[in-house]
Ligand binder design. Structure first.
Ligand code: TPP
Ligand code: SF4
Ligand code: MG
Length: 345
């Protein structure tokens, strides 16, 4: 039962501290720490009930960071690159829990790329955060699949291969919520996270998250200095929960776009880049390819489409989660099997 609300507590009667986790053992200044703080803040602001949340991760410094938020929620730290399979299992067993996966660019873009693409294809409802630093931080800084071609780093040397853009991969896989952000832009990360929790299917948030130990040279596109100087937001974002609806009487025609989210909340997009339409799939892909060519770092809501059913909807999972159905419903008696077999005899 929810606790009564006090000034420092949210609608679930919980304080921000109730959403914390263990103390971080990551390097001081690691972008992943900042993302963990934003997850805590967003879970507090959305008044998520920790026992209704499951956090999932693979292997890497990024995947370790799931221990640093929502300490009383459910959690499963899977194998490297296999978080999507674990998430799928969890969400088939109980599609009513709120799921957040935290992964790295290696975990998602290198070893886990196939798993990532199939999760998006299924549109399993979860927030999928990629903490993208272009290197395998945990194993001492080798280039990952998202490292820029030609990048030279002190420990990893020279990268000969072209990068994989995980937002392009997500759009190609028909993901209906694709966003990019920067760990140094806390407000944008928060607004996108809130909207991601309200999405119907898989919501991908690719956050450039500098690795201060192995990929933070000023000229590296995944460093703090580069991000601060080159971030080019497509929109200014504001999340509006259903209960806040009353405050949006001030829309300015032509400047604001409202994106209606699945649960009745909305994302307010104030155009920064003239003419950018996040609902145009081909244009979103073209803009990402253009950004890559110009070595630009675009952030914001890149693509949005709420029309695809989630996996639970497409698979017609019963309203009551499979995990809580009684044995009688899950295990039909031998006579039921016999009746089914009769049809094939
Ligand atoms: C099957 C398997 N292969 C390789 C490894 C070694 N390994 C552990 S973490 C990691 C890469 C982590 O990189 P990333 O996902 O980008 O996370 P980061 O540490 O950068 O946050 C690798 C290759 C492993 N644990 N398991
Ligand atoms: S090695 Fe890099 S990714 Fe890992 S904790 Fe340190 S700064 Fe973060
Ligand atoms: Mg990494």
């Amino acid at each position: 039962m929810d606790r009564p609300r006090t000034i420092a507590s949210n609608a679930a009667g919980l304080s921000r501290a109730d959403y914390g986790g263990k103390s971080s053992t990551l390097c001081k200044g690691c972008g992943h720490n900042s993302i963990a703080s934003q997850i805590i803040q967003v879970a507090f602001e959305l008044a998520l009930r920790p026992h209704e949340v499951v956090k999932l991760s693979g292997i890497g410094c990024s995947s370790k960071s799931a221990a640093y938020f929502l300490g009383t929620s459910h959690g499963f730290n899977g194998l490297h690159g296999r978080m999507p399979s674990v998430a799928q299992g969890v969400l088939v067993a109980n599609h009513t829990v709120r799921a957040i996966g935290v992964s790295g660019d290696g975990d998602t873009g290198s070893i886990g790329l196939g798993q990532f693409k199939h999760l998006l294809r299924r549109n399993t409802r979860m927030v999928y955060v990629i903490e993208n630093n272009g290197v395998y931080g945990l194993t001492k800084g080798q280039f990952s699949a998202t490292a820029e071609e030609g990048l030279r780093l002190k420990y990893a040397g020279h990268n000969e291969l072209p990068p994989i853009d995980l937002c392009q991969e997500a759009i190609a896989a028909s993901c209906g919520f694709v966003a990019r952000s920067f760990a140094g832009d806390a407000k944008q990360v928060r607004e996108l996270l809130k909207a991601a929790f309200s999405h119907r299917g898989t919501a991908v948030l690719d956050v450039i998250s500098p690795c201060v130990s192995f990929n933070n040279d000023d000229e590296s596109p995944k460093s703090y200095v580069y991000g601060r100087h080159h971030e080019r937001p497509l929109q200014e974002l504001g999340f509006i929960a259903p209960a806040d609806e009353i405050v949006i009487g001030d829309t300015e025609p032509g400047e604001l776009t409202m994106v209606s989210l699945h649960d009745g909340s909305r994302l307010k997009l104030r155009k920064v880049e003239e003419g950018y339409d996040p609902t145009d799939r081909a244009a979103a892909m073209a803009r990402l390819i253009e950004a890559e060519r110009r070595q630009e770092f675009i952030t914001g809501l890149l693509y949005y489409d709420d029309s695809r059913p989630s996996y639970a909807e497409a698979a017609r999972l019963p309203e009551t989660p499979l995990a809580t159905l009684p044995d009688a419903a899950l295990r039909p008696p031998p006579a039921a099997l016999e009746r089914t077999l009769q049809r094939y005899r």
